[in-house]
Design a protein around this ligand. Sequence first.
Ligand SMILES: Nc1nc2c(ncn2[C@@H]2O[C@H](COP(=O)(O)O)[C@@H](O)[C@H]2O)c(=O)[nH]1
Ligand SMILES: [Mg+2]
Length: 602
Amino acid sequence: MRIPKKPVSFCISLFSPDLFPPALSSRIRLVSGVSTKSDCAPGKRKGFCFTGARQLHASYSMEGSHGTVVGDNKSPRLTNMDCSDGGSHEPCIWSSPEGGHKIDIGKQIFCNRSLNMKNIVAVGFDMDYTLAQYKPETFESLAYEGTIRKLVYDLGYPRELLEWSFDWKYMVRGLVLDKKRGNILKMDRHKYVKVAYHGFKELSKEDKVSTYGSTLTRDAFDEPDYALIDTLFSLAEAYLFAQLVDFRDNNPGKVADTTDYARMYRDVRAAVDLCHRDGTLKQMVAKDPKRYINEDTSIVPMLKMLGDSGRSTFLVTNSLWDYTNIVMNFLCGARTMDGIRKCNFDWLQYFDVVITGSAKPGFFHDDSRANLFEVEPVSGMLLNTDNGSPMPQVGDTSPSFSPKTLNKSCRVFQGGNVGHLHKLLSIESSSQVLYVGDHIYGDILRSKKVLGWRTMLVVPELEREVELLWKLRDTRKGLRLLRNQRDLIEDKIHHLKWSLKFEDINAEEKQQLSSALDSLEFEREQVRLSHQQAQRENHQKFHKVWGQLMKTGYQNSRFAHQVERFACLYTSQVSNLSLYSPDKYYRPSEDFMPHEFDIIPM
Ligand SMILES: Nc1nc2c(ncn2[C@@H]2O[C@H](COP(=O)(O)O)[C@@H](O)[C@H]2O)c(=O)[nH]1
Ligand SMILES: [Mg+2]
């Protein structure tokens, strides 16, 4: 890896890779122009500074020297990367002297399908919302505000939208938007809609059943009429959609008749999409990563531990190189004792291959014909490759990489497909790869189903969910008792009714049975109400509107069902991997069928 000796400015463009078909040039610069603008870190930096809406500037300096860096990758003991407290404690990881103990329930790794880490030769990571946990209160708010501005200024929505505010806790993953009807749904694993809102107004039970209850016309609840909120990136757009639905209903005439709910959804989606592409979000994150991304001092020790254990490590992200470098510097970059960060390429030492602009999930198709370019880290320049091997440039007989470049431990690429990656890492069988991601569709489903990679899903919401589950375990037992009580009373009622109808009994006995029936029916109603109320309160402790993430009523939610089907492992944070041996044999818990519950005590 090369580190510039002199500080250089670090300003790279966000041009999309597909703007540069390989036929146009065999050596492609990512940037469009050079400027000597004074806002390019006066006095400190030397080199290029590119301007324009699509350029991305890191706010911190590029330095070659380490200064008073806390952390030394040669040290046998794991080093403290957390400088916020002056470096007084080390993250406790499995291989540290204090490691290997009982793990908090919120940080455990849960297993759906057995996975022996001894069989894994390469561990790969997604970046956004996997290694980099964004703070929804700032990051999603940024997306929300950027989207509103685009709706108003570019798409002609009323200016009063600019006064709206965002409740970042309102929407949750796993919801489904009914684009045509303006509804937001939560469903169980059988795709029964259990909670339904029109905008922010709850649908009555009758409306819910009449719209979604027909078992004959079961809906798939998929695109194009429905949108799945399956990544944390979508929380802001779901909230905005609900707001627009309410706004349209309550302000006739303010939104054009032609702009129906589905059209509003399309507009929001397009505006969000643009925010991700035009720098609205990334420029801001680049300026102040700490404001938008959680620090996780266990990431570096985890990556080192995996590397020390002999595993290859790789990064496959849809983000482009310039942004990836900024985010990874924030997460892995060394800091001086006073907490100042430096932007360099040191973090590449923790990876064998980095693939940016990967266009997942298409990347997971071996037959994807996406070209693989090598990225020259310092300049961000793209170089043509022949399936990963360097290619001589036109007019040049030697390959385009210097031997020094070829010898560096980590190579950075853009695009390509899984075949390229396997070749670069010498992967013989796809079952030797574990990939850790946050997106069921983008990272997990295809990689597992199409490819046979082993998968781990990161679900940050899980930490709170399991902690609450633990805290509320007695409430849950109480709920089960109430449910059983209800069943018992119902059985008695049926029996009494049967007796009244068919048994040969005298008037006095009939009278007794009837009054017993009355009191049982009264009791049943009381228990039903208490059960319903207790159930609702229990769910609301998880989320005031949508309840427990992994459940709808007593059934697994659709989201939980997908986690169960597609993720071999799941956990709240990627760095929880550091709490387990890199040779751990993850075994699933025993499956239970309903007929086993009362027989085998749990
Ligand atoms: N153009 C769009 N880009 C999006 C959208 N939602 C997220 N993103 C970007 O994708 C990558 C995700 O990276 P990964 O590491 O998780 O693979 C990141 O750069 C996001 O900004 C979208 O709706 N449109
Ligand atoms: Mg991601």
